[in-house]
Design a protein around this ligand. Structure first.
Ligand code: DX5
Ligand code: ZN
Length: 223
């Protein structure tokens, strides 16, 4: 796989001080966060409620970091495009929620974003291989979506290995991303399974020095 990427999730940040919290993980290029992971929850697809397009617009105005928007929402076919048009780098929708994920990927790309497909821990990968040909990222959830600070589900690494094999053989062309429970204890097994991009929320923002936490995680998985 390529150089590992670290995507801090602002879900565990202080929402009243978001600009400062983003600055806290923004280092020199190649050192701080590669992407900023933004968890959008609608209290329907998942039980929790977070933030939406107005906050994403404000984030885009305050940071040069590429935004990695993870939409844990129902009817992404209707709502995802706005996040792409606003200027997000990557917009990820859940395969369990999308009505027409192939059309959605085409729309996201036409709006200038990378298209991401997320799968929950119990969702198999195999039925979606043809759909994934239209996507730029695959987000493998390693906790049930909805909350930060949960325990890593190692069983999802089988799906990471499957995806890694298909990418390495040229069958798919994807960034393989993992989200949930990534910390100093779990990141190495995820890297060994073939993850390219590591989302980390509580492991970064619960640390005294979030920038150092990003550096530490990267150091554990860098070649
Ligand atoms: C959970 C979110 C994650 C969350 C991860 O539904 O998708 O991005 O922020 O938090 P940690 O890293 O604490 O598991
Ligand atoms: Zn997420």
């Amino acid at each position: 796989s390529n150089q590992p990427m670290i995507a801090p999730s602002i879900l565990s940040a202080d929402f009243a001080r978001l600009a400062d919290e983003v600055a806290a993980v923004t280092g020199e290029p190649g050192r701080g966060a590669d992407w900023l992971h933004v968890d959008v929850m609608d209290a329907h697809f998942v039980p929790n409620l977070t933030l939406g397009l107005p906050v994403v617009r404000s984030l885009l105005a305050t940071t040069g970091l590429p935004l990695d928007c993870h939409l844990m929402i129902e009817n992404p076919d209707r709502w995802a495009i706005g996040y792409a048009e606003a200027g997000s780098h990557n917009v990820t929708v859940h395969v369990e929620a999308a009505n027409d994920p192939v059309m959605l990927a085409k729309d996201l790309r036409a709006a200038g974003a990378k298209a991401g497909l997320a799968i929950k821990p119990n969702t198999p990968l195999q039925p979606y291989v043809d759909v994934l040909k239209h996507y730029d990222t695959l987000l493998v959830m390693s906790v049930e979506p909805g909350f930060g600070g949960q325990k890593f589900i190692a069983a999802v690494l089988d799906k990471v290995r499957q995806a890694r094999r298909m990418v390495d053989s040229g069958h798919l062309n994807l960034i393989v991303e993992i989200d949930g429970g990534i910390n100093t204890d779990t990141i190495e097994q995820a890297a060994e399974a073939g993850v390219d991009c590591f989302v980390a929320g509580s492991a970064v923002y619960a640390a005294d020095d979030p920038a150092k936490a990003v550096e530490g995680l990267r150091g554990q998985v860098e070649a």
